[in-house]
Design a protein around this ligand. Structure first.
Ligand SMILES: N[C@@H](CCOP(=O)(O)O)C(=O)O
Length: 419
């Protein structure tokens, strides 16, 4: 991990040892004096920097979840429901069938609104309050909108969400609606929604809380901290590889930042960093294309389609952070078909782990890479599952078995069972 090294020296703009730094030109900015999503000078992505980076002993043993890691975050506490502290399941049947030494599933669907987005929102909404903005907004394939609506409600703030019309799973729209977001259904895909909401944010109409906002990724960084601690405590080592679904590429960027900070603080050796392995659906795979072609950028896909609507994204905004993350950790990116995703969703369900389709992409990807010999048999792998099964009840019902109609008496039910 040689590129994008972190500096520990605070510039004059720093506030309490925290500042924003452009990943392209290195310009630094005060973190909370103004609303800023990208670099004023070159429009590059920003990341949050700290004067002091913590090691394992600095984390709060009295807490479990995102705020256990406050020493690695810009604040001591956030607008919380609370979030994080999700299970790391073993899946012995899948482990044996796929053929790796260890397979674990970090189920982020167990967060308060049913996805990892809550980790980002607890920090992002806290920052919004610090800056003193009025309305919060996001573009969303569904989970971000559900989390924004819930955390906005918790923080007593107005929320606006832009969704691609007809392309968001029912559970997610219901969440955004009940938590009180104003929902705009846009005639266009997610990337169009994000273009619009970025314009609105630029005009000062709202505070953007997509993962373009660097503070969102600080919360999501705690997924990496939790995986490393849980895996180490249970297995005595760190995982060799973390496979994750890739949509806007926020988690790939956040996990890479997590590892870089741990290496810089001395909490992790460079050779202990897990290989980041991104998985996309075949119909929506610009990151896979960029990795395969050796590009340092993604080319936007204008037409994207997949049953895994959470990762139906053609222009991942975090690609400039995520591509180096995959490359520098020795990972890779792979595309899987919708049928492979559904098969993996069923397999997880048969082990009691209920996930939405996009989440199952991580399992489908590892299965494919193992068959291709890219994942080795002696590897210890963690798959990230990003959202709960109930987020997309239609996909779950389609992947599951049909209910059987029976008469309303015991005799009739017995006849049916015996037939
Ligand atoms: N899958 C996402 C898409 C938006 O991603 P974000 O991490 O940039 O907010 C969603 O749930 O909307």
């Amino acid at each position: 991990m040689t590129s994008l090294e972190l500096t520990a020296e605070a510039p004059p703009e720093a506030d309490d040892g925290v500042w924003l730094s452009c990943i392209e030109c290195g310009e630094s900015f005060a973190p909370f004096d103004d609303v800023r999503y990208t670099c004023d000078d070159c429009d590059g992505l920003l990341e949050v920097r700290y004067e002091d980076l913590p090691t394992w002993d600095d984390f709060d043993d009295d807490q479990w979840g995102v705020w256990r890691y406050s020493a690695a975050l810009p604040f001591e506490e956030g607008v919380s429901l609370p979030e994080g502290g999700t299970p790391l399941h073993d899946v012995p049947r899948l482990e044996e069938e796929i053929g790796v030494d260890r397979l674990r599933v970090k189920h982020e669907g167990m967060n308060p609104t049913g996805s990892f987005k809550d980790r980002g929102m607890t920090v992002g909404v806290r920052v919004a309050k610090e800056i003193g903005v009025g309305r919060l907004a996001c573009a969303s394939t569904g989970n971000t909108s559900a989390a924004l609506a819930a955390y906005g409600a918790r923080g007593g703030m107005e929320t606006l969400v832009l969704l691609p019309a007809g392309k968001v799973a029912a559970g997610k729209v219901a969440q955004a609606s009940l938590h009180g977001a104003r929902i705009l259904e846009v005639d266009g895909n997610f990337d169009t929604c994000l273009d619009i909401v970025q314009d609105l944010a630029g005009m000062g109409e709202a505070y953007l809380l997509n993962s373009l906002n660097p503070f969102r990724l600080e919360g999501q960084k705690t997924i990496g901290l939790e995986i490393l601690e849980q895996f180490r405590d249970e297995e005595g080592s760190y995982p060799d590889r973390i496979a994750l679904p890739v949509g806007n590429a926020g988690n790939t960027a956040a996990l890479y930042k997590c590892f870089r900070e741990l290496v810089e603080s001395g909490a992790l050796d460079e050779d202990e960093v897990p290989k980041l392995t991104g998985v996309q659906a075949e119909g929506s795979a610009p990151m896979v294309e960029a990795i395969e072609k050796g590009w340092d950028h993604v080319e936007r896909w204008d037409h994207v389609e997949t049953r895994a609507t959470a990762i139906r994204i053609g222009n991942p905004v975090n690609a400039p952070k995520a591509l180096p993350g995959i490359r520098e950790t020795g990972g890779t990116a792979v595309a899987v078909t919708d049928d492979e995703i559904t098969a993996a969703q069923r397999d997880l369900a048969e082990e009691g782990v209920g996930v939405e389709p996009a989440s199952a992409a991580s399992i489908a990807g590892v299965r494919k890479l193992r068959k291709e010999g890219i994942v080795d048999a002696d590897e210890e792998v963690v798959c990230l599952t990003t959202g709960h099964l109930l987020k997309d009840p239609d996909a779950a019902a389609e992947a599951g078995s049909e209910p059987e109609p029976v008469p309303g008496d015991t005799e009739g039910v017995l006849d049916h069972l015996r037939s």
